[in-house]
Design a protein around this ligand. Structure first.
Ligand SMILES: *Cc1c(COP(=O)(O)O)cnc(C)c1O
Length: 397
């Protein structure tokens, strides 16, 4: 299926509601779920032609599926990307975006401030296949320049990072990466497709965990890779077809519905997060409050220049002490303890003992993830209820 020309001119809110929709012969209003693993051919010759790529049609849902294609097209229209592949999780998207293009002997550069599983792929899995990886402090352009002084196949980073909310200068890193011959992959999970458009700043590939804000209601696991069409056809597609990280059509349908409200939800999340960040700075107990929208954030100006709002996650440090962090989290009555984020329900995580427990204490210290560091994913509840809950929990510390 190809994206219709009229759709390309619609504004983002219209894309989120209607982009990529294809009606079946039954003229349904809502997008249909095609829960089918395979497709039938009228003649053996048709199957032969399909496998030879001589005709464009669905073959097998590991390769592609009509519901998935509607979701992929809608995301492309929103991101301004040429092509997309939906995956079974965000990590499947991260892994496929890298593994599909690297070979033994290649060099990959990444930022140090990464989600634990992304860090595992760069530092444990890729080196096992003979790929050399260099990690840099993402905020230090001199370190990027040094690491990219030798030929590099791919660059991978998150901005804002999970959970340290480090901001990376997308435009500057893309320029250096391209000079080194690298494709730039940006994990845009924390920014969402609403707040930041890495491709407009030079990124080649954008990856999402759709499990987070794109679902936004805690139902499905999923991911997406957005990239130039040639790269998807020549590099990603063979890897994707034969290794099988494809998304369930049911999840693609849930996510199509979720995209219809994404911008409204993200706007509300950001509004609540800003209020909570300001509220926390007025409280005595946190020794540090981290939110890209606060002027005290070390990269506030950079965040302002490349994001349209500051995201949905607020972090605080309770004097570097695990005991304080646990006491605070256990006292919360409305906010749930969960390692997920971007959900309608506000959630809290202690990264040092969960998502980032695998990395060493020294590395955590470098990333500012102390034992007192708490991540709050701000949801869609009434912000006054959230403030009351946070205030009473802080009083227990
Ligand atoms: C959650 C997350 C992922 C992984 O996504 P899953 O859907 O859990 O596999 C990758 N990157 C970032 C920044 C994340 O927050």
């Amino acid at each position: 299926m190809t994206i219709e020309r009229t759709e390309k001119t619609w504004r983002p809110q219209t894309q989120m509601v209607r982009g990529g929709t294809r009606r079946s012969a039954f003229d349904e209003t809502d997008e249909a779920i095609f829960m089918t693993s395979g497709f039938v051919y009228e003649k053996a010759e048709d199957a032969e032609a399909a496998f030879k790529n001589e005709i464009d049609r669905f073959i097998y849902s590991r390769y592609g599926n009509p519901t998935n294609e509607m979701f992929q097209d809608r995301l492309c229209l929103l991101e301004g990307a040429e092509a997309c592949r939906a995956t079974s999780s965000g990590m499947a998207a991260v892994f496929a975006s890298l593994a599909s293009q690297v070979s033994a002997g290649d060099h990959v550069v990444g930022s140090r401030a990464l989600f634990g599983s992304c860090q595992f792929i760069l530092t444990e899995i890729l080196p096992r296949y003979g790929v050399e990886t260099t990690l840099v402090d993402g905020g230090d352009l001199d370190q990027w320049e040094k690491a990219l002084s030798k030929p590099t196949k791919a660059v991978f980073f998150e901005t804002p990072s999970n959970p340290g909310l480090e901001i990376i200068d997308i435009r500057a890193v893309c320029e250096m990466a391209h000079s080194a011959g690298a494709m730039v992959i940006v994990d845009n999970v924390f920014a969402t497709p609403i707040l930041q458009h890495p491709m407009e700043l030079g990124a080649d590939i954008v990856v999402y965990s759709t499990t987070k804000h794109i679902d936004g209601q805690g139902r499905t696991m999923g991911g997406a890779i957005l990239a130039p069409e040639d790269w998807v056809n020549e590099t990603l597609s063979p890897f994707y077809r034969h290794t099988g990280p494809s998304m369930s059509p049911f999840n693609a349908w849930v996510l199509l519905k979720a995209l219809e409200t994404l911008d409204m939800r993200v706007a509300k999340h950001c509004q609540n997060a800003t209020e909570i960040a300001n509220f926390l700075t007025e409280q005595a107990k946190p020794t540090r409050v981290l939110y890209p929208g606060l002027e005290s954030h070390p990269q506030h100006a950079l965040a302002k220049s490349q994001m349209s709002d500051f995201g949905t996650v607020v972090c605080l440090d309770l004097d570097g002490k695990k005991e304080n962090a646990f006491r605070f989290m256990n006292a919360l009555q409305l906010v749930d303890i969960s390692n997920n984020l971007g959900d309608a329900k506000s959630l809290t995580t202690h990264p040092a003992t969960t998502t980032h427990q695998r990395i060493s204490e020294e590395e955590r210290a470098e990333l500012g993830i102390t034992d007192g560091f708490v991540r709050l994913s701000i949801g869609l509840e009434d912000v006054e209820d959230l403030k009351e809950d946070i205030a009473q929990a802080l009083s227990k510390v």
